[in-house]
Write a protein that binds this ligand. Sequence first.
Ligand SMILES: C[S@@+](CC[C@H](N)C(=O)[O-])C[C@H]1O[C@@H](n2cnc3c(N)ncnc32)[C@H](O)[C@@H]1O
Length: 214
Amino acid sequence: MNFKFKKYWRKTGLSPKWGNKLIEIIYEKKPHHFLEIGVFCGVTSRNICEFLNLIHNGNFTYTGIDLFGNESDDNNEKKPVYIKHQKFSNPLKHLYYNLIINENLNSLESVKKFLINFDDQVTLYKGNSNKVLKNLNIEKIDFAFIDGGHSYETTLNDIEIVHQNMKGKKGTIVCDDYQDASYITDVKKAIDYYVKKENLSLRIIDGKFAVIEF
Ligand SMILES: C[S@@+](CC[C@H](N)C(=O)[O-])C[C@H]1O[C@@H](n2cnc3c(N)ncnc32)[C@H](O)[C@@H]1O
């Protein structure tokens, strides 16, 4: 497989090491209908679209959900400071994005523009997954990457709705941040609870990705 996860000079939730691991799982499963909860600045989304385009020759869809700047009404969620103030460790990015073009990379408009080559395949929703997800038709989704709100309630909501829609078909759900960060404990609790309740198979990759496959 000759594909390398790129950062595209934006901000990314996944490092290239983890981006490449996600791409490996996608290569293993070869899904046609991808859902990402927690799009952030669209870097993982863009890599996924480039990769699915390569292996399926345009025959795929990508659906993304994010608050895109809306406040979460989940009291257990703290908005990361880098999203609130668009902080960059690279001063050139600060100069370019904040002072010259004044673009919020975690906005619907910015991500839409960034994914413009896949306009026919991409659908983006702005809102809280706790509300948006239950009103969407996601029956065709065969692969979901869950990386939005990291509270127990939101993680459980996202896994449950996605899995209920996938039931009876082959599918994969990958959740980020299973137990790699000591300050994020709710994700693991929610996954362990749901997997046990539904008797699902769970594979943990290096303590970070939880892969639920059925
Ligand atoms: C860790 S970042 C996602 C990183 C992204 N998957 C990547 O690989 O670059 C989490 C994102 O989830 C979004 N988010 C947080 N809570 C959410 C919720 N309840 N519904 C939808 N999006 C949410 C935030 O706005 C943020 O952009």
